[in-house]
Design a protein around this ligand. Structure first.
Ligand SMILES: *[C@@H]1O[C@H](CO)[C@@H](O)[C@H](O)[C@H]1NC(C)=O
Ligand SMILES: *[C@@H]1O[C@H](CO)[C@@H](O)[C@H](O)[C@H]1NC(C)=O
Ligand SMILES: *[C@@H]1O[C@H](CO)[C@@H](O)[C@H](O)[C@H]1NC(C)=O
Ligand SMILES: *[C@@H]1O[C@H](CO)[C@@H](O)[C@H](O)[C@H]1NC(C)=O
Ligand SMILES: *[C@@H]1O[C@H](CO)[C@@H](O)[C@H](O)[C@H]1NC(C)=O
Ligand SMILES: *[C@@H]1O[C@H](CO)[C@@H](O)[C@H](O)[C@H]1NC(C)=O
Ligand SMILES: *[C@@H]1O[C@H](CO)[C@@H](O)[C@H](O)[C@H]1NC(C)=O
Length: 701
């Protein structure tokens, strides 16, 4: 039990009723208010910053707009917790300079260390200083107190210190910014240079900072002895997922398989260009080694985007020729056109193609239509592989294979600007003559298609372009706590997405964080994998708990009212997929009695993928891409079972699959009467189902 009576109530006696009115009698009861996730009382938040554990307290700082529930005047908010579960909001730690009338410096993302040995010299009277490093964003050109001159829109790295355990901060105005701009040859990137992450490297006895040059997908690694003077040591990237910009880098050691050896893990956020099937933000990790100056990735942690080895490239759309010069027949608006350059300003922001060019039918917008027909070729390999993105309507935006004039295979995008590999098994058409046709017969709403790297191979191309940290749409800017030993490394992420983060229907706050997640490394399927499990004092906030074991024939089982904030543990046997139709088992949560609203969490036995389907999850109206299905690969465990641990809150679902090697995080906005649950088994009987549900109490009341 916590007593949340504002101090002013005592001090002001008679005025108490007026003052307490500002705060709802039952705090944190708004329609979509997270009950066991952190969200600020009011206003906008995005990336977590400066996570640090010291002296029994976890400190969470975060990107915060003190002026409202949309992005702006970015400052560092602050909250503290003793158990990673119950949080207390603290006064703003770093307030945008000049707020509210004339903001001249915003405090973008960064990190915090406790400078135990006073290397910075900021300590006073026996107190070790805390030092924060952050990105200064200067909205206008100006000369700073340090005498340094900065340009409009410049991003530079600055420091501040605290002598009262992180409550109040003093910016180092004598010298800020301490890393004013990117080094040669990247000086022109001063508008996109951010998110410093610092930590102490014990072996080399120095401070290390990672900073990204966002647009060119480079992590710069700096060293320092005093946190004030930084020298560039090495650079890393681009590798793996490079859609959009890179943000929020960090690197930290983790024991592998409980401690036999230690590997280093780099986290990188990217926006857009998240996991396949999502639009907007995402996060990836790379496993390797770090020696104080240089990060060396493990070879099996790096993925090639190219077509499978030994592929014959039929058309990569590189070079200057028009479609006609390549022997392709163009109709409609594509007559006389050449493949487009992927990064032209003013175009749709396509990602995931190879080389510099691709087919992109977003010519002068969605209104253009027509077809592109390849020269005839003989089918010579088992597979035709290609990269495809754009609209998902197979009738309107599609790539098709025609044999003897008939369409025998087709494919489309997934309403995403990101191109992913798709494959046609064409083994039954060996040696037959064929043509490939790309059609765009749509003039609005995802009325375009992107295609690249059409190639022939005896193996299907794979989309393993990254090690995704989470496969859902709402997991960004993951950051770990400094001050915890490697075997307790714990991260928190912004549970939202730049695609719609500014328009989600919450009020008076906007933004929440995922449950803190403890990280470890486990060898699964002969490969080191990052494993996540929820951290915090779950026992203190869960109650009840019903376990039952049963099987479910093709059909559903109503669970009645299971609640709005729940933990669900669901284990069941893997099974042979049905030869015809879908084969799924799962649970519907946050459903209305009539099921008109529902969020489905399940497992597809044919594809061995776990999914969250939020297409009917409640309010989906604020963004065109929100109503989607997100899935992630999850192999059954060696005993032939599949385990899902699901955390449902008033506006989110987090799924931990297997041992935590696969997670999916998604926001949902159901109405308050969406309290029902149901199990479903599709395409056969699901056996050895073990269901355990617990109600989760609010951490705010
Ligand atoms: C805003 O603050 C800067 C720096 O203090 C000052 O140079 C500028 O004149 C101010 N602008 C306005 C509109 O007050
Ligand atoms: C830290 O270093 C500064 C500068 O040398 C010194 O004035 C201060 O006393 C030191 N503080 C502590 C706690 O050692
Ligand atoms: C770290 O590794 C890099 C690359 O192998 C090497 O150049 C550098 O000297 C090493 N640094 C230390 C401190 O061992
Ligand atoms: C595509 O066309 C077929 C046949 O006309 C129709 O049944 C189907 O509903 C259409 N699909 C979409 C997504 O419009
Ligand atoms: C296709 O043609 C090749 C070479 O002419 C021949 O070796 C192969 O058996 C043929 N395959 C089929 C399935 O007809
Ligand atoms: C495009 O749509 C029109 C009208 O629905 C249809 O008549 C035409 O056949 C379509 N073209 C292609 C290439 O599918
Ligand atoms: C649930 O609540 C919504 C609005 O809050 C209402 O429109 C809807 O009819 C309710 N549904 C059920 C099944 O009670």
């Amino acid at each position: 039990m916590k007593f949340n009576i504002p101090l002013k109530t005592f001090l002001l006696g008679g005025l108490a009723s007026q003052i307490t009115e500002a705060r709802p009698k039952e705090p944190y009861t708004e329609l979509y208010r997270p009950q066991f996730h952190f969200s600020p009382q009011k206003n906008w938040i995005n990336d977590p910053n400066g996570l640090v554990y010291e002296d029994g307290t976890y400190h969470l700082y975060y990107q915060y707009n003190p002026g409202g529930a949309t992005w702006g005047a970015l400052s560092w908010g602050h909250a503290t917790s003793k158990d990673l579960t119950h949080w207390t909001e603290q006064p703003v730690a770093l307030l945008a300079r000049g707020f509210p009338d004339n903001v001249t410096e915003m405090f973008f993302s960064g990190s915090i260390v406790v400078d135990e040995e006073n290397t910075s010299g900021f300590g006073r009277q026996g107190r070790a200083p805390w030092v924060a490093i952050y990105t200064s964003f200067y909205p206008m050109e100006q000369t700073l107190p340090s005498g340094k001159h900065v340009r409009e829109g410049q991003q530079a790295q600055s420091i501040a210190y605290s002598l009262d355990q992180g409550l109040t901060w003093t910016t180092y105005d004598e010298s800020n910014p301490v890393i004013p701009e990117p080094p040669a040859p990247y000086q022109d990137q001063y508008l996109e240079f951010r998110d410093p992450n610092i930590f102490w490297h014990q072996q080399t006895k120095q401070w290390v900072a990672l900073v990204v040059v966002s647009k060119i997908h480079k992590v710069l690694i700096y060293n320092s002895r005093d946190l004030k003077h930084w020298s560039l040591a090495s650079e890393f990237g681009p590798v793996n997922a490079i859609g959009g910009v890179w943000e929020c880098p960090s690197v930290f050691p983790l024991p592998l398989d409980g401690g036999k050896s230690t590997k280093w893990v780099m986290l990188l956020s990217l926006n857009p260009g998240g996991p396949p099937g999502t639009v907007g933000s995402g996060g990836q990790y790379i496993i390797g080694d770090f020696n104080g100056t240089t990060f060396t990735p493990d070879l099996d942690s790096i993925h090639e985007r190219s077509a499978p080895e030994g592929s014959v490239i039929f058309q990569g759309f590189e070079g200057t020729e028009s479609y006609a010069d390549r022997g392709w027949v163009a109709t409609g608006d594509f007559i006389g056109v050449s493949p487009s350059v992927g990064t032209l300003a003013g175009q749709n922001p396509v990602t995931g193609f190879l080389g510099k060019q691709l087919v992109n039918t977003f010519l002068n917008g969605d209104s253009s239509t027509g077809t592109l027909i390849s020269p005839a070729f003989d089918i010579s390999h088992k597979y035709i592989n290609f990269l495809v993105g754009g609209g998902s309507n197979l009738n309107k935006t599609a790539i098709r294979l025609k044999v003897d004039g008939n369409v025998v295979r087709d494919a489309a995008g997934s309403n995403s600007e990101h191109l992913t590999w798709q494959s046609w098994d064409v083994s039954s058409f060996q040696n037959r003559s064929a043509v490939i046709e790309i059609i765009d017969n749509a003039t609005e709403g995802w009325g375009h298609i992107s295609v690249d790297e059409i190639s022939f191979s005896n193996s299907a191309a794979k989309n393993e372009e990254a090690n995704w940290l989470d496969w859902g749409p709402d997991f960004y800017a993951a950051l770990g706590f400094n001050g915890l030993p490697p075997n307790q490394h714990t991260i928190i992420s912004w549970m939202s997405n730049w695609q719609y983060g500014g328009v989600i229907p919450t009020d008076p706050w906007r933004g929440a964080y995922t449950v803190p997640r403890h990280l470890s490394l486990k060898t699964i399927g002969q490969k080191a994998r990052l494993v996540q499990e929820p951290a915090g004092s779950w026992k203190a906030i869960t109650r009840g708990g019903k376990t039952s074991t049963f099987s479910l024939v093709d059909g559903v089982r109503n669970l009645g009212q299971i609640g709005k904030a729940i933990e669900i543990n669901l284990v069941f046997s893997d099974r042979e997929p049905s030869p015809t139709g879908d084969s799924e088992f799962g649970i519907i949560v946050r459903a209305t009695k009539d099921l008109s609203q529902q969020t489905r969490v399940g497992y597809d036995f044919a594809t061995q993928r776990v999914f969250i389907d939020r297409t009917r999850s409640g309010d989906i109206s604020f963004d065109d891409t929100f109503a989607s299905i997100y899935s992630a690969p999850l192999s059954p465990s060696s005993d032939g079972t599949v385990a899902l641990r699901i955390f449902v809150d008033w506006s989110s679902v987090e799924v931990f699959g297997g041992e935590g090697e696969t997670t999916i995080t998604a926001q949902i906005f159901p109405s308050s009467n969406a309290t029902y649950g149901q199990l479903f088994s599709i395409g056969g009987k699901t056996e050895n189902i073990n269901l355990h549900t617990k109600e989760i109490r609010s951490t705010w009341r």
